[in-house]
Ligand binder design. Structure first.
Ligand code: AGP
Length: 622
């Protein structure tokens, strides 16, 4: 979603802001802008569309300013037009503001400001901020720190989840930034300071970073960075050193980040095995402290969105089948406003690769709050499964499992999904070991199977990518797809359909294979391909029968099936083969050809695979 970059230092700010915004492009946006302070004036340039449009407008207009703010906007209030793009300025054009998130009480503030004669040029919620700062500055000029104080008093009037960065032509050596439930990280260079919505924008410049907490603001000046809380108290905080390798955010020769990230999955699975599997008598170490946190759990509820919700459905299967714990998976956005009745001794798991998804964060906060008034056995026990340390979820939950996938730039989640699945395998096995629902021997067998997964993924990538690329040619004009699966592979059918619609804009539906005859079968004809996941196991024959039903309606049948499965060879028009693993482990493999299929269909259609239209990597509004 929206991305913020701010710079104060000795280099020309515009170039740094633009390259920072480029590194935030993956978050999703539809307009962009920058504002710098130079020769006592704000220089603001905005453009609808992608960053190259902004770059074109900046040609010849660039200033040598060494302070500025930049923004990529994902439209919420007001269409993606230039007049709604950030930065937004006050009427005297002395103050410029960029904002991420939503100001919920902007309508009241707007009316109040209009009553005082302020004119609005956009439909955004953001525009109230520069007017409010300007209004307060006019009244409090006498204060010691007028600009800082005016921003602080403005923030006190804002409701919602937001991060902002502000510059003012009257205070040309100050950049002020603040965070309230929207991500913002500060960077410390040699005589220069940065802020950004994501570390990716800071990596080329510095490894010394500090994540602002909710309710904190920072003032950058040439003399240093000062941190305050919203009450105005100065805070003492020390930056930490980031151990990221800048190369990890490059494409490394791949045509798209998504393809690179699909290829990184064997390494991601290996890293997770190294992180969570031990050679000791107790083979899994989740690093949950205190370990009793996982004792006495009677129910599990999982809150997530999108692909993370699909991973959670696989998780439910594992937690119920391996550890015998009744598990309920909810869309976070639904749970937030219609929560289930409270059950005692419940583990609540929030799953989010970004750690910032507003729906998931809000649902977890609600759950924590409503349980805080209850007796001990109803108190919230919160576990977060995330790929981003320092993200909002890590501050909210009691325990965290990191998914160790490395930064994912492609908007379509691939390697982080695989990594989330790994977390659920480890969690389910750990709970099974504690509750003795599986023997040690079975746990070791499953772990041995997990250790084979990286090479099995490598085989799919090596042997099949070319075939899948060729197959994708047939679907350039296809308008509808159906994906079917059962049991533990039903969520993979959902994920296959989501991947395809996200990046190729082809309408796709995922169904439990047995449900097709209860309605969706009416959609089938020669123009609607059906992809069936048919791995050996308890419901294999049933899936094959469901696939036959589709074939009888002339649908082109593609099967994700085990290598050398003769029955599948007779059933399907085209097979995407994977190793014949135990059904329990199969989602880790069956999702791979589906990721490749959607990637190649989208690439073949010439679409922007890494930044599909209307989508954001990190969805920070509810
Ligand atoms: C996945 O391909 C999508 N981009 C989207 O559904 C995503 O999974 C969802 O927005 C949740 O994101 P999160 O995991 O960061 O919470």
């Amino acid at each position: 979603m929206c991305g913020i970059v701010g710079y104060l230092g000795t280099q020309a700010a515009t170039g740094i802001l633009i390259s920072g915004l480029e590194r935030l492009e993956y978050r999703g946006y539809d307009s962009a802008g920058v504002a710098t302070v130079w020769e006592g004036k704000i220089h603001s340039v905005r453009a609808k569309g992608k960053l190259y449009k902004l770059r074109e407008k900046l040609e010849g207009q660039d200033t040598p300013a060494t302070i500025g703010i930049g923004h990529t906007r994902w439209a919420t209030h007001g269409k993606p037009e230039e007049h709604n793009a950030h930065p937004h300025l006050d009427m005297s054009q002395r103050i410029a503001v960029v904002q991420n998130g939503i100001i919920e009480n902007y309508r009241e503030l707007r009316e109040e400001l209009k009553g005082k004669g302020y004119e609005f040029l956009s439909k955004t919620d953001t525009e109230v901020i520069p007017h409010l700062i300007s209004d307060i500055l006019q009244e409090t000029k006498a204060g010691d720190e007028p600009f800082l104080e005016a921003v602080r008093l403005t923030i006190a009037r804002l409701e919602g989840a937001f991060a902002i960065a502000v510059v003012c032509a009257d205070y040309p050596d100050e950049l002020i930034t603040a965070r309230q439930q929207a991500p913002l990280t500060l960077g410390f260079g040699q005589g220069e300071f940065f802020c950004a919505s994501d570390i990716t924008a800071l990596i080329p410049h510095t490894r010394a970073i500090l994540t602002l907490e909710n309710g904190e603001m920072a003032r950058m000046t040439p003399l240093g960075m000062e941190i305050y809380n919203f009450a105005g108290d100065r805070l003492k905080k020390t930056p930490r050193t980031l151990d990221w390798n800048p190369v990890s955010v490059e494409k490394q020769g791949f045509r798209h980040y998504m393809l690179k990230e699909i290829y990184e999955q064997p390494a991601v699975v290996r890293t997770n095995i190294e992180a969570y599997v031990t050679d000791t008598e107790h083979p899994i170490n989740l690093s949950i402290n205190p370990p009793e946190f996982l004792d006495g759990i009677e129910h599990i509820q999982i809150l997530a969105c999108g692909t993370s919700w699909h991973a959670s459905l696989v998780g439910k299967y594992l937690l119920e089948q391996l550890a015998g714990i009744p598990t309920f998976v909810y869309y976070a956005s639904e749970f937030r406003y219609s929560p289930s009745p409270m059950m005692p001794n419940t583990l609540t798991i929030g799953v989010t690769q970004s750690g910032e998804t507003a729906d998931t964060i809000a649902a977890l906060e609600m759950e924590k709050e409503r349980r805080s008034h209850k007796e001990e056995k109803f108190k919230a026990r919160l576990l977060g499964i995330t790929n981003r340390s320092e993200s909002t979820i890590t501050h909210l939950v009691d325990q965290v499992m990191y998914t160790h996938a490395g930064i994912e730039i492609g908007v379509a989640a691939t390697k982080t999904f695989e990594a989330q699945l790994m977390s659920f395998y480890f969690l389910a096995l750990e709970l099974a070991a504690r509750r003795k629902t599986l023997s040690d021997e079975t746990i070791h067998q499953i772990l041995a199977g997990l250790k084979q997964i990286p090479t099995q993924i490598e085989s799919i990538l090596e042997d099949q990518e070319k075939d899948i690329e060729d197959l994708a040619h047939a679907f350039v004009d296809t308008q509808d797809f159906i994906f079917i699966g059962r049991g533990i592979n039903f969520p993979i059918a959902l994920e296959g359909a989501l991947k395809l619609k996200e990046i190729s804009y082809i309408h796709a539906e995922g169904y439990p294979a047995g449900e097709m005859k209860h309605g969706p079968i009416a959609l089938l004809d020669v123009k609607v391909p059906v992809v069936a996941i048919a791995m050996p196991g308890a419901i294999y024959e049933k899936v094959i029968s469901n696939a036959q039903e589709a074939k009888a309606r002339d649908a082109l049948l593609i099967g994700v099936a085990a290598i050398d499965d003769r029955e599948a060879e007779h059933t399907f028009d085209k097979i995407l083969p994977v190793a014949a693993v135990d059904e329990l482990l199969s989602p880790l493999l069956t999702v791979i050809p589906l990721q490749l299929l959607s990637y190649h269909i989208a690439a073949r259609r010439g679409l922007d695979v890494d930044q599909p239209r209307n989508l954001a990597k990190s969805v920070t509004v509810e």
